[in-house]
Write a protein that binds this ligand. Structure first.
Ligand code: ZN
Length: 107
């Protein structure tokens, strides 16, 4: 038996999700265009929660495939940093996507 706690250790870089990790959504421009006002968004949540947050916030499934030849709309992956995302969400509970509009300091 593995104690449940062992999953929660901070093991950055070893592939184990930790509360300190980010999940990055990288718009693949499936179907020829970006879906939201960012190319790459990093949110401070483990992937499973990040996907739920994403669906709630943007009203879309990041794993949806708009165009079969292009593949999924977003690449979704966990990182211990923000991977140079153009939008970084450190506090998902207060994020308001209206604050992030194209051309407002997000180059
Ligand atoms: Zn395509």
């Amino acid at each position: 038996m593995i104690p449940k706690d062992s999953k929660n250790k901070h093991t950055a870089g070893l592939g184990s999700p930790s509360p300190d990790c980010y999940t990055v959504f990288y718009d693949m421009s499936s179907g020829g265009s970006e879906k939201e006002n960012f190319t790459k968004l990093a949110v401070r949540l483990p992937e499973r929660e990040a996907v739920e947050w994403f669906e709630k916030t943007f009203g879309r499934d990041p794993h949806y495939v708009t165009c079969q030849c292009c593949g999924a709309d977003y690449a979704v992956y966990e990182r211990i940093d923000t991977d140079h995302a153009d939008v970084v969400v450190d506090d998902p509970s207060v994020y308001n996507k209206q604050e992030h509009k194209p051309g407002q300091g997000l180059e």
